[in-house]
Design a protein around this ligand. Structure first.
Ligand code: HMG
Ligand code: MG
Length: 305
């Protein structure tokens, strides 16, 4: 089959679940990953290995990674399957490696307020921590993906300087991240802001094929932001089945743009994602119903697809 024209990175099992208050069973998390894989997702962020006190929902990350279904996925030596785990430090990296993880994601913020709230450190400390993780990961043959958060607005400090985003993206690429995902953590982005930032980063020397878009859907701008970034030349997008998501340290922010709405949009424009939309919609509906969340537009209007 042809290589998909757009790569979707499913962040539902991590970003989608991390701020949901009610405990979700490990079994449900594993089933979610299994269903997403079954629907054709070939990049799925499995979980995060962070402080269980800060993110209690993902305290069972090791049980998820040790589950036989996930172990089998991790053991599959396939170039086309990426299963990153988000880690804040080398301690998280070591845990991930001990479970056979072959890719991790590091995360920094372009702004001080969110950095303090999220990782209890400054932007510079975040960069240094991420660099230590990247160095050790790369030495161990582990691929590293990078996130830069608050690309447009910081929930505590207000608007973000594009120069901070450029600096953070450069730092992540320099430390060896194969790709930098641009995190609109608060969902403040609009198509005009997307174009302006991407052009700025391009002028600053960042290659578009090293960038991904990670849009939260607070103001209903998620899919239009993705489309705009696509028109600017970006081909990798993070999304969450059922439109779940949000960061516990970004008050007011809503879920990630929903995977099924993105796939619906791309397929109707003749742009392949390699994903089975009907199966994905079923999965988005299944997880949203199970967690008593509203779900995505596509999963609410399933019969009309
Ligand atoms: P710290 O507060 O500086 O203190 O942690 P610490 O290093 O002394 O650790 C605090 C506690 O965490 C200690 O346990 C450590 O043992 C434990 P306690 O004494 O409280 O019992 N700990 C760990 N436990 C498990 N795994 C580890 C680990 N490291 C320390 N790897 C730290 C700094 C970053 C660890 C902490 O602040 C933390 O875990 N923060 C959570 C950050 C997080 O998960 N945020 C959400 C994900 S990022 C996001 O959503 C944005 C993104 O989606 C993009 C976007 O939308 O913009 C990626
Ligand atoms: Mg996020």
């Amino acid at each position: 089959r042809l290589t998909p024209q757009v790569r979707i990175v499913e962040v539902g099992p991590r970003d989608g679940l991390q701020s949901i208050k009610d405990a979700i069973s490990t079994e449900t998390k594993v089933q979610l990953i299994q269903r997403l894989h079954g629907a054709g997702l070939r990049a799925i962020e499995l979980t995060s290995v962070v402080s269980p006190r800060r993110v209690p929902q993902l305290a069972d990350c090791q049980q998820v990674l040790a589950d036989p279904v996930i172990r089998e996925l991790l053991a599959a030596d396939r170039e086309d399957l990426r299963l990153p785990v988000l880690v804040p430090n080398t301690r998280g990296l070591d845990v991930a490696i001990s479970h056979g993880v072959k890719e991790v994601a590091v995360f920094i913020s372009a702004t001080e307020g969110f950095s303090k709230a999220n990782i209890n450190g400054t932007v510079q400390q975040g960069i240094e921590r991420a660099r230590r993780v990247a160095r050790k990961a790369i030495d161990s043959g582990i691929a590293v993906r990078g996130y830069v958060s608050c690309i447009f607005v910081d929930p505590y400090n207000g608007p973000t300087e594009p120069s901070s985003v450029l600096r953070c993206a450069k730092e992540l690429l320099d430390m060896g991240c194969y790709e930098v995902s641009l995190g609109d953590t608060t969902g403040a982005g609009t198509p005009a802001k997307v174009t302006s930032l991407i052009r700025y980063l391009e002028k600053g020397g960042i290659l578009l094929d090293r960038l991904a878009g990670h849009f939260h859907d607070t103001h209903g701008q998620g899919t239009v932001n993705v489309l705009q970034a696509y028109l600017c030349g970006i081909r990798v997008f993070d999304a969450s089945a059922g439109g779940l998501g949000g960061c516990p340290f970004a008050p007011g922010a809503k879920g990630n743009v929903s995977t099924e709405d993105l796939v619906f949009m791309f397929h109707n424009a003749g742009i392949d994602t390699g994903i089975n939309l009907a199966e994905l919609v079923e999965t988005g509906k299944w997880i949203a119903d199970r967690l008593r969340q509203p779900g995505s537009r596509s999963s609410q209007s399933m019969r009309n697809i």
